[in-house]
Design a protein around this ligand. Structure first.
Ligand code: NAD
Length: 497
C-alpha cells in the first residue's frame, strides 16, 4: 500500500487504493510506485484547503512569519538536496548533476520569496483630504490549484508553492503524473517545517482525471498552471465558469537571432546549448535559429558538427551531456514532427531519429537534430517540438529578423547576437517575448520576472510580480471625521447641495 497523497495534514493512500508505477525514461525500470488519487481524494483536498484558508489558521500569520517558514523550507531542502535530486533524476532520466543544479535553483526560489515577503507591503494613498486615511493592503488570494509539468518538475512547482506560502494561500499541488517523486519530497519538508494542517495538499494522478476537479471546483480561487498550450486552453475555458484567477505558463517557439557582426564562436556555442540542453525539453529552448544569410553556411556547418558530437546518456553516465526524452509517446511526437518538417521541405542535416546505440535501446533517446531551409509558414517552425530539434531560417535585414522573430503565436523568450549594441538593443526592444537575452541565451534569476507574451501565457512568475499573483489588493478608505454625504435631498434636513 502506498500513501503518497497529502491531504489535510495526513499522508493517505488513494480512496480506492489505486497506485501507479513511475518508469525511468532512461531504461524503463520502475523507479517508484505512487498513489493515484480519485475524484473523492481531490474533493477532500480542495475541502481541506478551503477550510484551512477560511479558518484563518495561516492567513493570520504576518508576512514576516510566513517568510520565515519559507526560509526554513529552503534550509530543509538544502539538507535533503541530493536525495531530492536523485528522485528528480530517476523520474526525468536527466543526469544527476543537472538535477542537482535544478534543486539549487529550487532552493534559490524559496530564498527569493522569503526575502520578498519580509518587505513592507502596505502603502498609503494621498487622496487630498486631511480627514481621510487611504491604505492599500495585500491579502492572500485564497485557495490555489498548482499544476506542474515534467521537464523541471520541482522547479516549476517551487515557482508556485513558495509565493503561495508567503502570500498565505492554501493550495493543492498536482505535479505531472510522469514525475511525482520530488513533489512528495517537498511536501514532506513543508510538513516538517511546521506549515499548518490543510494549507498544503498534494494530489497525484493524470491531469485528465485529477486535474479536472482542480480547475472546475468553485471553492478554488486561482489556478496556476505550467504546461502545454492545449491544456492551457482547456483550463482557461473551464475556469471561465467560476471566473477563477489564472496564471498560465505555456509553451514557446523561441527565436535565436545571430547577426553577421556577432562573436560567432560564442554565438554558435550558445546556439548549440540553447537548442539541445535537456534534449530540447525546455520551454525557453532556442530551437528556432534565425541567421543572417552571409554567415549561414559557417554557422550551420559548425552547429551540425557540434550537434553530431553531443553525448547522450542516463542519470549516472558521467560522460553524458544530455539525456532521454520523457516517454515513448513523446519520442513518437518528436519523430513525427521531424518527419512532417522534412515532408514540408526542410532539409535534415543531422540526427532526425531515435538513437540506435545499444546502451540506449531501452530508453527514449532522440539524436540532436538540425532542419535547414525552413520558412516561417512551416509547421516545424511554428509548433513547439519540445525535443532536440533546431529549425534554421535566414534573414537579410534587421527588420526582417524582427519580423521573423515575432511571426509566432508564442512569446516566451528570444535571443539576439550582435556586436553592435544599439542594433541589439533595438531588436531586443522590438521582439514580443517575455525574456530576451542579448549576446547570451538561457540564464534566469528568481529575482527577475518570467512569463510569456501572446499564447505563451498569462501573468508572471518569479520577481516581485510572481508573489502578486497570489495576492488580492484591497483599498481601505477611512473617514476620520464622518459627516453626511448630502447627495440626495432629505426634507427633514433641508435641501441637498
Ligand atoms: P501538459 O500540458 O501535458 O501537462 C502539464 C500538467 O497539466 C501535468 O501535471 C498534467 O497532468 C496536467 N494536465 C493535463 N491535462 C489536464 C487537464 N485537463 N486539467 C488539468 N490538468 C491537466 O504539459 P507537459 O507535457 O507536462 O509539459 C510540457 C509543456 O510545458 C511544454 O509545452 C512546455 O513549453 C511547457 N512549459 C512551460 C514553461 C514556462 O515557464 N512557460 C515551463 C515548463 C514547461
Amino acid at each position: 500500500m502506498v500513501a503518497t497523497l497529502f491531504i489535510d495534514g495526513t499522508w493517505r493512500q488513494a480512496s480506492d487504493g489505486g497506485a501507479h508505477d513511475v518508469h525511468s525514461p532512461h531504461d524503463q525500470r520502475v523507479v517508484a510506485t505512487v498513489s493515484q488519487a480519485t475524484n473523492t481524494d481531490v474533493l477532500d483536498a480542495v475541502a481541506a484547503a478551503r477550510a484551512s484558508f477560511d479558518s484563518g489558521v495561516f492567513t493570520s500569520w504576518t508576512f514576516k512569519e510566513r517568510s520565515a517558514l519559507v526560509a526554513k523550507i529552503a534550509d530543509l531542502l538544502e539538507r535533503d538536496a541530493d536525495l531530492v535530486a536523485r528522485k528528480e533524476s530517476d523520474d526525468t532520466g536527466k543526469r544527476f548533476i543537472e538535477a542537482q543544479y535544478d534543486i539549487a535553483d529550487v532552493i534559490a526560489t524559496f530564498r527569493h520569496f522569503a526575502n520578498l515577503g519580509a518587505k513592507e507591503r502596505e502603502r498609503s494613498v494621498d487622496v487630498g483630504l486631511a480627514h481621510v486615511t487611504s491604505r492599500i493592503v495585500h491579502e492572500p488570494l485564497g485557495v490555489a490549484s498548482l499544476i506542474g509539468p515534467w521537464n523541471y518538475p520541482l522547479l516549476q512547482i517551487a515557482w508556485k508553492v513558495a509565493p503561495a506560502l508567503v502570500a498565505g494561500c492554501s493550495f493543492i499541488v498536482k505535479p505531472s503524473e510522469l514525475t511525482p517523486q520530488s513533489a512528495v519530497a517537498l511536501m514532506k519538508i513543508i510538513e516538517e517545517a511546521g506549515t499548518p494542517k490543510g494549507v498544503a495538499n498534494l494530489i497525484l494522478g493524470p491531469g485528465s482525471v485529477v486535474g479536472t476537479p482542480l480547475i472546475n471546483d468553485p471553492r478554488v480561487d486561482l489556478v496556476s498552471f505550467t504546461g502545454g498550450l492545449t491544456t492551457g486552453q482547456t483550463i482557461m475555458t473551464a475556469a471561465a465558469k467560476t471566473i477563477k484567477k489564472l496564471a498560465l505558463e505555456l509553451g514557446g517557439k523561441n527565436p535565436h537571432i545571430i547577426f553577421a557582426d556577432a562573436d560567432l564562436d560564442a554565438a554558435i556555442d550558445n546556439a548549440v546549448t540553447a537548442a539541445f540542453l535537456h534534449s530540447g525539453q525546455v520551454c525557453s529552448a532556442g530551437t528556432r535559429l534565425l541567421v543572417e544569410r552571409s554567415i549561414h553556411d559557417r554557422v550551420v556547418n559548425e552547429i551540425v558538427r557540434r550537434a553530431g558530437q553531443i553525448r547522450l546518456g542516463g542519470p549516472d553516465d558521467v560522460m553524458a551531456e544530455t539525456g532521454p526524452l520523457i516517454s515513448a509517446a513523446h519520442l513518437r511526437n518528436v519523430t513525427e514532427y521531424v518527419e512532417k518538417g522534412i515532408a514540408e521541405g526542410a532539409t535534415l542535416l543531422v540526427g532526425g531519429k531515435r538513437s540506435e546505440a545499444l546502451e540506449h535501446e531501452n530508453g527514449w533517446y532522440f539524436l540532436p537534430t538540425v532542419l535547414d531551409n525552413c520558412v516561417t509558414t512551416m509547421n516545424c517552425v511554428q509548433e513547439e517540438s519540445f525535443g532536440p530539434v533546431m529549425t534554421v531560417e535566414v534573414f537579410d535585414t534587421e527588420a526582417q529578423a524582427i519580423a521573423l522573430g515575432n511571426d509566432t503565436v508564442f512569446g516566451l523568450s528570444g535571443g539576439v547576437w550582435s556586436s553592435d549594441s544599439e542594433k541589439a538593443a533595438r531588436v531586443a526592444g522590438a521582439l514580443r517575448h517575455g525574456t530576451i537575452w542579448v549576446n547570451d541565451f538561457g540564464p534566469y534569476r528568481p529575482q527577475a520576472e518570467w512569463g510569456g507574451y501572446k499564447q505563451s501565457g498569462i501573468g508572471r512568475e518569479l520577481g516581485e510580480h510572481g508573489l502578486g499573483e497570489y495576492l488580492e489588493i484591497k483599498h481601505i478608505w477611512t473617514n476620520n471625521s464622518p459627516s453626511r454625504s448630502g447627495w440626495f435631498s432629505d426634507p427633514a434636513q433641508g435641501e441637498s447641495q
